[in-house]
Design a protein around this ligand. Structure first.
Ligand code: BEZ
Ligand code: FE
Length: 305
Protein backbone atom coordinates (compact mmCIF):
# COMPACT_ATOMS: atom_id res chain seq x y z
CA UNK A 1 0.00 0.00 0.00
CA UNK A 2 1.24 3.51 -0.91
CA UNK A 3 1.78 5.94 1.94
CA UNK A 4 -0.74 8.79 1.80
CA UNK A 5 0.93 12.08 2.57
CA UNK A 6 0.86 15.65 1.27
CA UNK A 7 2.96 14.64 -1.73
CA UNK A 8 0.98 11.56 -2.79
CA UNK A 9 -2.62 12.46 -1.92
CA UNK A 10 -3.41 14.30 -5.19
CA UNK A 11 -2.32 11.38 -7.41
CA UNK A 12 -4.14 8.93 -5.14
CA UNK A 13 -7.43 10.79 -5.58
CA UNK A 14 -6.95 11.13 -9.33
CA UNK A 15 -6.27 7.39 -9.57
CA UNK A 16 -9.59 6.68 -7.86
CA UNK A 17 -11.36 8.97 -10.36
CA UNK A 18 -9.79 7.22 -13.34
CA UNK A 19 -12.76 4.88 -13.82
CA UNK A 20 -15.29 7.74 -14.23
CA UNK A 21 -17.29 6.63 -17.29
CA UNK A 22 -18.27 10.14 -18.49
CA UNK A 23 -15.04 11.59 -20.04
CA UNK A 24 -15.98 15.25 -19.48
CA UNK A 25 -16.95 14.61 -15.84
CA UNK A 26 -13.61 12.79 -15.39
CA UNK A 27 -11.68 15.70 -16.90
CA UNK A 28 -13.48 18.37 -14.85
CA UNK A 29 -13.21 16.53 -11.52
CA UNK A 30 -9.50 15.75 -12.07
CA UNK A 31 -8.73 19.39 -12.77
CA UNK A 32 -10.86 20.47 -9.82
CA UNK A 33 -9.03 18.12 -7.43
CA UNK A 34 -5.61 19.31 -8.70
CA UNK A 35 -6.48 22.98 -8.22
CA UNK A 36 -8.23 22.44 -4.89
CA UNK A 37 -5.21 20.61 -3.53
CA UNK A 38 -2.86 23.25 -4.92
CA UNK A 39 -4.96 25.92 -3.17
CA UNK A 40 -4.65 24.15 0.22
CA UNK A 41 -0.88 23.76 -0.28
CA UNK A 42 -0.27 27.34 -1.38
CA UNK A 43 -2.42 28.78 1.44
CA UNK A 44 -1.00 26.24 3.93
CA UNK A 45 -4.60 25.89 5.07
CA UNK A 46 -5.25 24.93 8.70
CA UNK A 47 -8.09 22.57 9.75
CA UNK A 48 -9.73 25.47 11.63
CA UNK A 49 -9.69 27.64 8.53
CA UNK A 50 -11.17 24.87 6.40
CA UNK A 51 -13.95 24.32 8.97
CA UNK A 52 -14.72 28.06 8.77
CA UNK A 53 -14.82 27.73 4.99
CA UNK A 54 -17.20 24.79 5.24
CA UNK A 55 -19.35 26.80 7.67
CA UNK A 56 -19.47 29.62 5.12
CA UNK A 57 -20.43 27.30 2.23
CA UNK A 58 -23.08 25.68 4.44
CA UNK A 59 -24.56 29.12 5.18
CA UNK A 60 -24.54 29.93 1.45
CA UNK A 61 -26.51 26.74 0.74
CA UNK A 62 -28.93 27.38 3.59
CA UNK A 63 -29.69 30.88 2.25
CA UNK A 64 -30.86 29.45 -1.09
CA UNK A 65 -34.59 29.20 -1.75
CA UNK A 66 -36.72 28.92 -4.87
CA UNK A 67 -36.35 32.70 -5.24
CA UNK A 68 -32.85 33.31 -3.87
CA UNK A 69 -29.67 31.75 -5.28
CA UNK A 70 -26.83 32.62 -2.92
CA UNK A 71 -24.38 30.29 -4.74
CA UNK A 72 -24.85 32.25 -7.96
CA UNK A 73 -24.26 35.46 -6.00
CA UNK A 74 -21.04 33.91 -4.64
CA UNK A 75 -19.99 32.94 -8.16
CA UNK A 76 -20.82 36.48 -9.36
CA UNK A 77 -18.93 38.27 -6.60
CA UNK A 78 -15.82 36.10 -7.09
CA UNK A 79 -15.80 36.93 -10.81
CA UNK A 80 -16.45 33.29 -11.67
CA UNK A 81 -19.72 33.92 -13.55
CA UNK A 82 -18.08 36.68 -15.62
CA UNK A 83 -15.16 34.33 -16.39
CA UNK A 84 -17.43 31.45 -17.46
CA UNK A 85 -19.48 33.88 -19.59
CA UNK A 86 -16.30 35.20 -21.25
CA UNK A 87 -15.17 31.66 -22.06
CA UNK A 88 -18.60 31.03 -23.57
CA UNK A 89 -18.38 34.27 -25.61
CA UNK A 90 -15.14 32.97 -27.17
CA UNK A 91 -16.69 29.70 -28.39
CA UNK A 92 -18.59 29.52 -31.66
CA UNK A 93 -18.66 31.50 -34.88
CA UNK A 94 -18.03 35.23 -35.27
CA UNK A 95 -18.32 35.97 -31.59
CA UNK A 96 -15.82 38.83 -31.61
CA UNK A 97 -18.38 40.81 -33.61
CA UNK A 98 -21.34 39.93 -31.36
CA UNK A 99 -22.57 42.01 -28.42
CA UNK A 100 -20.63 41.10 -25.29
CA UNK A 101 -22.58 39.26 -22.62
CA UNK A 102 -23.17 40.43 -19.07
CA UNK A 103 -24.74 38.80 -16.04
CA UNK A 104 -28.35 37.67 -16.03
CA UNK A 105 -28.58 38.48 -12.31
CA UNK A 106 -31.19 37.27 -9.84
CA UNK A 107 -34.10 39.47 -11.00
CA UNK A 108 -34.88 38.00 -14.42
CA UNK A 109 -38.29 36.42 -14.93
CA UNK A 110 -39.44 34.53 -17.99
CA UNK A 111 -42.99 35.85 -18.07
CA UNK A 112 -42.49 39.56 -18.86
CA UNK A 113 -45.54 41.15 -20.51
CA UNK A 114 -45.37 41.42 -24.31
CA UNK A 115 -45.53 45.09 -25.36
CA UNK A 116 -45.93 47.10 -28.55
CA UNK A 117 -43.00 49.08 -29.93
CA UNK A 118 -42.71 52.42 -28.13
CA UNK A 119 -44.69 51.28 -25.04
CA UNK A 120 -43.50 52.16 -21.56
CA UNK A 121 -42.35 49.48 -19.12
CA UNK A 122 -43.14 51.85 -16.22
CA UNK A 123 -46.39 50.81 -14.51
CA UNK A 124 -46.12 52.60 -11.15
CA UNK A 125 -45.85 56.30 -10.22
CA UNK A 126 -42.19 57.33 -10.40
CA UNK A 127 -39.87 60.31 -10.07
CA UNK A 128 -37.38 58.70 -12.45
CA UNK A 129 -36.21 60.50 -15.60
CA UNK A 130 -38.29 59.28 -18.54
CA UNK A 131 -35.96 57.92 -21.23
CA UNK A 132 -36.30 56.29 -24.62
CA UNK A 133 -34.17 53.19 -25.32
CA UNK A 134 -33.90 52.33 -28.99
CA UNK A 135 -31.74 50.65 -31.59
CA UNK A 136 -31.53 47.64 -33.84
CA UNK A 137 -31.06 43.91 -33.52
CA UNK A 138 -28.71 42.70 -36.25
CA UNK A 139 -26.48 39.77 -37.09
CA UNK A 140 -22.71 40.14 -36.79
CA UNK A 141 -22.54 41.61 -40.32
CA UNK A 142 -25.01 44.35 -39.35
CA UNK A 143 -27.93 42.80 -41.27
CA UNK A 144 -31.27 43.39 -39.50
CA UNK A 145 -32.99 40.57 -37.63
CA UNK A 146 -36.76 40.93 -37.81
CA UNK A 147 -39.07 39.75 -35.01
CA UNK A 148 -36.25 39.21 -32.52
CA UNK A 149 -37.47 39.02 -28.93
CA UNK A 150 -36.08 41.88 -26.81
CA UNK A 151 -36.69 41.27 -23.11
CA UNK A 152 -35.81 44.16 -20.83
CA UNK A 153 -35.86 44.56 -17.04
CA UNK A 154 -34.38 47.07 -14.65
CA UNK A 155 -34.63 48.60 -11.16
CA UNK A 156 -36.57 51.76 -10.30
CA UNK A 157 -35.23 55.21 -9.43
CA UNK A 158 -34.32 53.92 -5.93
CA UNK A 159 -32.41 50.89 -7.23
CA UNK A 160 -35.10 48.30 -6.42
CA UNK A 161 -36.50 45.64 -8.77
CA UNK A 162 -40.21 44.78 -8.68
CA UNK A 163 -39.33 41.34 -7.23
CA UNK A 164 -37.72 43.07 -4.24
CA UNK A 165 -40.61 45.34 -3.36
CA UNK A 166 -43.90 43.79 -4.47
CA UNK A 167 -45.80 40.54 -4.66
CA UNK A 168 -44.57 38.37 -7.60
CA UNK A 169 -48.10 38.50 -9.07
CA UNK A 170 -47.36 42.16 -9.93
CA UNK A 171 -44.68 43.35 -12.36
CA UNK A 172 -43.04 46.69 -13.03
CA UNK A 173 -40.16 47.85 -15.21
CA UNK A 174 -40.00 44.78 -17.38
CA UNK A 175 -41.37 43.87 -20.79
CA UNK A 176 -40.83 41.88 -23.96
CA UNK A 177 -40.68 43.70 -27.30
CA UNK A 178 -40.14 42.46 -30.85
CA UNK A 179 -37.96 44.02 -33.51
CA UNK A 180 -39.68 45.26 -36.69
CA UNK A 181 -38.83 44.25 -40.28
CA UNK A 182 -35.76 46.54 -40.20
CA UNK A 183 -34.58 45.03 -36.89
CA UNK A 184 -35.59 48.17 -34.94
CA UNK A 185 -36.86 48.22 -31.35
CA UNK A 186 -37.76 51.10 -29.05
CA UNK A 187 -39.35 51.54 -25.66
CA UNK A 188 -39.92 54.07 -22.91
CA UNK A 189 -38.58 53.60 -19.43
CA UNK A 190 -36.87 55.61 -16.68
CA UNK A 191 -33.14 56.02 -16.31
CA UNK A 192 -32.09 53.42 -13.69
CA UNK A 193 -29.79 54.09 -10.74
CA UNK A 194 -27.13 51.84 -9.22
CA UNK A 195 -27.89 49.50 -6.32
CA UNK A 196 -26.21 47.12 -3.93
CA UNK A 197 -26.30 43.37 -4.51
CA UNK A 198 -28.37 41.49 -1.86
CA UNK A 199 -26.17 42.01 1.24
CA UNK A 200 -28.31 40.28 3.89
CA UNK A 201 -26.72 36.82 3.56
CA UNK A 202 -23.31 35.14 3.86
CA UNK A 203 -22.13 36.66 0.57
CA UNK A 204 -22.91 40.13 1.97
CA UNK A 205 -20.88 39.19 5.10
CA UNK A 206 -18.02 38.15 2.81
CA UNK A 207 -18.20 41.43 0.85
CA UNK A 208 -18.05 43.45 4.10
CA UNK A 209 -15.17 41.31 5.43
CA UNK A 210 -13.29 42.09 2.21
CA UNK A 211 -13.88 45.83 2.60
CA UNK A 212 -15.80 45.99 -0.71
CA UNK A 213 -18.67 48.40 -1.36
CA UNK A 214 -21.26 45.93 -2.78
CA UNK A 215 -22.56 48.32 -5.48
CA UNK A 216 -23.49 47.58 -9.07
CA UNK A 217 -23.36 50.52 -11.52
CA UNK A 218 -26.72 51.63 -12.98
CA UNK A 219 -27.79 49.35 -15.80
CA UNK A 220 -30.65 48.00 -17.87
CA UNK A 221 -30.80 44.24 -18.49
CA UNK A 222 -31.56 42.69 -21.89
CA UNK A 223 -32.12 39.17 -23.14
CA UNK A 224 -32.28 39.16 -26.94
CA UNK A 225 -33.20 36.04 -28.87
CA UNK A 226 -34.12 35.00 -32.40
CA UNK A 227 -34.30 31.56 -34.05
CA UNK A 228 -30.91 30.52 -35.44
CA UNK A 229 -28.97 33.02 -33.31
CA UNK A 230 -27.17 32.70 -30.04
CA UNK A 231 -29.16 34.27 -27.19
CA UNK A 232 -27.57 37.53 -25.97
CA UNK A 233 -27.79 37.95 -22.20
CA UNK A 234 -26.43 41.39 -21.59
CA UNK A 235 -26.93 44.81 -19.98
CA UNK A 236 -26.29 48.45 -20.85
CA UNK A 237 -24.37 50.48 -18.28
CA UNK A 238 -24.98 54.21 -17.88
CA UNK A 239 -21.88 56.29 -18.52
CA UNK A 240 -20.65 58.34 -15.56
CA UNK A 241 -21.81 55.98 -12.78
CA UNK A 242 -19.22 56.13 -10.00
CA UNK A 243 -19.09 52.31 -9.69
CA UNK A 244 -18.62 51.50 -13.35
CA UNK A 245 -14.98 50.51 -12.84
CA UNK A 246 -15.58 48.61 -9.61
CA UNK A 247 -18.76 46.60 -10.30
CA UNK A 248 -19.08 44.08 -7.43
CA UNK A 249 -20.02 41.32 -9.89
CA UNK A 250 -17.72 42.33 -12.78
CA UNK A 251 -20.54 42.66 -15.31
CA UNK A 252 -19.77 46.13 -16.71
CA UNK A 253 -17.42 46.44 -19.66
CA UNK A 254 -16.49 49.24 -22.10
CA UNK A 255 -18.52 48.06 -25.07
CA UNK A 256 -21.70 48.01 -22.97
CA UNK A 257 -21.41 51.56 -21.62
CA UNK A 258 -24.01 53.97 -23.03
CA UNK A 259 -24.59 57.71 -22.84
CA UNK A 260 -27.97 59.28 -22.11
CA UNK A 261 -28.38 61.89 -24.88
CA UNK A 262 -30.56 64.98 -24.61
CA UNK A 263 -30.72 65.90 -28.30
CA UNK A 264 -30.37 62.76 -30.35
CA UNK A 265 -31.85 63.35 -33.79
CA UNK A 266 -31.94 59.59 -34.43
CA UNK A 267 -34.20 58.85 -31.44
CA UNK A 268 -37.73 57.77 -32.42
CA UNK A 269 -39.23 59.78 -29.51
CA UNK A 270 -38.13 63.42 -30.00
CA UNK A 271 -37.90 65.50 -26.83
CA UNK A 272 -37.10 62.59 -24.48
CA UNK A 273 -33.59 61.81 -23.25
CA UNK A 274 -32.50 58.70 -25.11
CA UNK A 275 -30.12 55.76 -25.12
CA UNK A 276 -29.31 54.23 -28.51
CA UNK A 277 -27.75 50.78 -28.80
CA UNK A 278 -27.59 48.15 -31.54
CA UNK A 279 -27.37 44.50 -30.45
CA UNK A 280 -25.45 42.08 -32.67
CA UNK A 281 -26.26 38.37 -32.42
CA UNK A 282 -23.92 35.55 -33.42
CA UNK A 283 -25.20 32.47 -35.23
CA UNK A 284 -25.98 29.55 -32.96
CA UNK A 285 -23.47 26.71 -33.03
CA UNK A 286 -24.65 23.09 -33.32
CA UNK A 287 -25.23 21.37 -29.96
CA UNK A 288 -24.54 24.53 -27.98
CA UNK A 289 -25.69 24.71 -24.35
CA UNK A 290 -27.12 27.64 -22.44
CA UNK A 291 -25.01 30.79 -22.43
CA UNK A 292 -26.05 32.09 -19.09
CA UNK A 293 -24.97 31.76 -15.52
CA UNK A 294 -28.12 33.02 -13.92
CA UNK A 295 -31.08 32.48 -11.73
CA UNK A 296 -33.60 30.32 -13.45
CA UNK A 297 -34.87 28.04 -10.67
CA UNK A 298 -36.25 25.42 -13.04
CA UNK A 299 -32.88 25.11 -14.84
CA UNK A 300 -31.07 24.85 -11.52
CA UNK A 301 -33.48 22.18 -10.31
CA UNK A 302 -32.84 20.20 -13.50
CA UNK A 303 -29.07 20.62 -13.17
CA UNK A 304 -29.08 19.20 -9.65
CA UNK A 305 -31.16 16.11 -10.50
C1 BEZ B 1 -28.12 42.30 -11.10
O1 BEZ B 1 -27.70 42.87 -12.06
O2 BEZ B 1 -29.28 42.48 -10.86
C2 BEZ B 1 -27.25 41.43 -10.27
C3 BEZ B 1 -26.32 40.63 -10.90
C4 BEZ B 1 -25.53 39.79 -10.14
C5 BEZ B 1 -25.66 39.76 -8.77
C6 BEZ B 1 -26.59 40.56 -8.13
C7 BEZ B 1 -27.39 41.41 -8.89
FE1 FE C 1 -29.36 44.23 -12.33
Amino acid sequence: MKAINENTITDAVIEQLSGTPDPRLKQITEILVKHLHAFAREADLTPGEWIRGIGFLTAVGQKCTEFRQEFILLSDTLGFSALVNSLHDKRGADLEAATKSSLLGPFYRKDSPVMEAGATIVTKPTNGMETCVYGKVTDTKGRPIADASVEVWQPDEHGDYDLQKMDPSEMDLRGRFHSDAAGRYHLRTICPVGYKIPMDGPVGDMIRAQGRHGWRPSHIHFLISAPGYREAVTALYIEGDEHIDSDTVFGASDSLVVRVSRNDAASPIPGLPSIGYDFRLAPVAAGEGSGRVGADPSELARASQ
